[in-house]
Design a binder for this molecule. Structure first.
Ligand SMILES: Cc1cc2nc3c(=O)[nH]c(=O)nc-3n(C[C@H](O)[C@H](O)[C@H](O)COP(=O)(O)O)c2cc1C
Length: 190
């Protein structure tokens, strides 16, 4: 268990597009004709580690997220996380944190993180047909100050997950069902 820390030097030496596109992915891109375009976008600095102001604002508005983890032997797993807007707290330009609820006590996500820190967050805005992909690593923290800063209720929570972003990208808006909340968000225009 650990607290937020900046990406290690070895991690910052790895470019975001290297995190996103493994050698096998690059081979597929080359076979299917998109490798050169993505290489050009990477060379032009299109893929970043630091979150933009727009990405941070999008994250801060979310009331749910999908967290992907994998066991040491690579078995993937996805779990939904939810809370009031702001439950994904931006810690700095490349990290965010959220509470870890014990739930049904399966502890699959944190079990995976104990042996494989690689993680992925998929954020959907169904109402506005937007989605954001975040590649990174995640750690379980028991820092009481961090947990207190994340809490929105009096429930006793012992752990938080700190997610360090190693790459991020918007996903295209095609095929996202336009789902609107049953409880519309308050009108921000007045
Ligand atoms: C009483 C209760 C309250 C919960 N509250 C939340 C919550 O507010 N936000 C959330 O994302 N998950 C909540 N969960 C679900 C747990 O977060 C989820 O089951 C747990 O993270 C599962 O972890 P795992 O799939 O990695 O084993 C709650 C579960 C229970 C049983």
């Amino acid at each position: 268990m650990t607290d937020a820390r900046p990406p290690a030097a070895a991690e910052t030496a790895v470019q975001p597009d290297e995190v996103m596109f493994s050698p096998a992915v690059r081979t597929e891109q080359a076979c299917r004709g998109s490798r050169e375009a993505y290489a050009r976008r990477a060379a032009a600095g299109h893929f970043a580690r630091e979150l933009s102001a727009e990405a941070k604002a999008f994250i801060a508005e979310r009331d749910s997220a999908y967290l992907a983890t994998a066991s040491a032997d690579g078995q993937p797993y996805v779990q939904h996380r939810g809370g009031p807007p702001g439950f994904l707290k931006i810690l700095n330009d490349h990290a965010l944190a959220f509470l870890e609820y014990p739930g049904n006590r399966q502890f699959i996500s944190i079990g995976h993180l104990a042996e494989n820190e690689r993680a992925f967050l998929f954020l959907m805005d169904y109402a506005n047909a937007r989605r954001l992909k975040l590649w990174g690593r995640a750690e379980v923290s028991s820092d009481p100050e961090l947990i207190a800063s994340l809490q929105t209720s009096s429930r006793r929570i012992e752990h938080a997950i700190v997610f360090t972003v190693l790459a991020w990208d918007w996903n295209c808006s095609q095929h996202i069902p336009r789902l609107v909340p049953a409880d519309p968000a308050p009108d921000k225009s007045s």
